[in-house]
Design a protein around this ligand. Structure first.
Ligand SMILES: *Cc1c(COP(=O)(O)O)cnc(C)c1O
Length: 395
């Protein structure tokens, strides 16, 4: 059998490679604690599970769902956006439920990109923006997210011949992996830039509810003119610890929403309806779980930050997201440092280069390790000795 050439463009997904490394170590009987994948360890709130169970018993929910989701779900999503961001959305034309936001992020490229088109993709970034661009026949052009620009892309640095071929601008704040945030002013500049160069903006916003120290992340749609040029992806995965249930949404520009709906209606048959009812409960029911979860993540963030600073990693304390983006100690590359930690103390952190070349010099730690594992991991981390540097840390 001969597989399609399309598949040749798929580098092994970062986490597949890393999981292989862990498996090898564990086969040798060595313990590995992983700060790898960002997947909340805290369970889905009880009220949501109760709704899922009762909805599963309803025969109406055993049949094919509609691609565009239940009207009540789209209304709940629009109402949530209004309560949370003051953004008014038409539930019929500006809201589309997704089988997790990754699904929509993957499929939107097929609605916007033709062979040879360019998508402007941040570097480092969640890998799906560039992968879906390539699968659709396009080319990603990477926008470095640099420390000295607060991990925001510098639009002025994009060459004009690239801009002329560009159709899409991907953005993601609060950012994975850097933990950086952006304000409405930044999104205004992005909207003006997109309008000037006829780009569609896709803003990925799964971490808007995971925030610390009273910081409230914004929506891209709060910027004037945003829905004229783009959509925002949102997800219940990180907001309500529902990664396993697979439900998210795209909201904003009606033309882009309609295109995505048409594309999807030919490929999938919607989200299982019991899960849609659970999502309505999550979005419309009590919201106190969010603050409770953030308290837990914030405490972990502070513990992780302290230990990292102690072993010589400079940390950008994140105001939001599930990640700590730490500068590796001088004299190491990202990969050397993370391999060293894995080999010496059995702790896995993700090399920044796994998210793009501009991730060099950094590693990412996820805050989704449950407390018992975290305590153990931190004690292992703090035992790390920097054998490459003559100057040992002050401990
Ligand atoms: C977790 C994550 C997603 C995917 O969320 P799902 O809705 O579970 O598919 C999308 N983008 C980024 C940046 C993420 O970290």
């Amino acid at each position: 059998m001969k597989l399609s050439q399309r598949l040749d463009q798929l580098a092994p997904y970062l986490f597949v490679e890393i999981n292989k490394k862990i498996a090898e170590k564990r086969t040798r009987g060595e313990e590995v604690i992983s700060f790898g994948i960002g997947d909340p360890d805290i369970p889905t709130p009880d009220n949501v599970i109760e709704k899922l169970c009762s909805a599963a018993r309803e025969p109406a929910n055993h049949r094919y769902p509609e691609t565009e989701g239940l009207p009540a779900l789209r209304q709940a999503m629009a109402a949530w956006y209004h309560r949370r961001f003051g953004v008014t959305l038409d539930p019929n034309s500006e809201v589309l439920p997704l089988i997790g936001s990754k699904e929509g992020i993957g499929h939107i490229s097929f609605c916007l990109i033709d062979t040879g088109d360019v998508a402007l993709v941040p570097d480092p970034a969640y890998p799906v923006y560039s992968v879906s661009t390539k699968l659709a026949g396009g080319e990603p052009y990477y926008l470095p997210l640099k420390e000295d620009n607060a991990f925001l892309p510098a639009f002025d640095d994009i060459p004009s011949d690239i801009l002329a071929r560009s159709k899409v601008l991907w953005l993601n704040y609060p950012n994975n992996p850097t933990g950086a945030t952006a304000d409405v002013d930044f999104f205004k500049r992005a909207v003006e830039f997109a309008a000037k160069h006829d780009l569609a903006i896709c803003h990925d916003n799964p971490y808007s509810e995971v925030a610390y120290d009273d910081y409230k992340p914004v929506s891209f749609l709060q910027a004037d003119g945003a829905r004229g040029v783009g959509i925002e992806f949102h997800s219940l995965s990180k907001s309500y610890n529902m990664t396993g249930w697979r439900i998210g949404m795209a909201v904003g520009n009606a033309g882009m929403i309609d295109a995505l709906k048409r594309f999807k209606s030919n490929l999938d048959s919607g989200i299982p309806q019991a899960i849609q009812h659970a999502a309505i409960e999550a979005l419309s029911g009590p919201q106190d779980a969010i603050a409770a979860h953030n308290t837990i993540y914030q405490r972990r963030r502070d513990l992780v930050t302290d230990v990292l600073n102690d072993i010589g990693c400079h940390v950008y304390t994140p105001k939001a997201s599930l990640y700590v983006w730490a500068k590796v100690p001088p004299g190491h590359t990202s990969l050397e440092f993370s391999t060293d930690l894995l080999e010496q103390v059995g702790v896995l952190v993700i090399p920044g280069t796994g998210y793009g070349p501009s991730g060099e010099g950094f590693v990412r730690l996820s805050l989704t390790l449950h407390d018992a594992a975290l305590v153990k991991a931190l004690s292992k981390l703090s035992s790390w000795q920097d054998s490459h540097n003559r100057f040992k840390s002050k401990r």
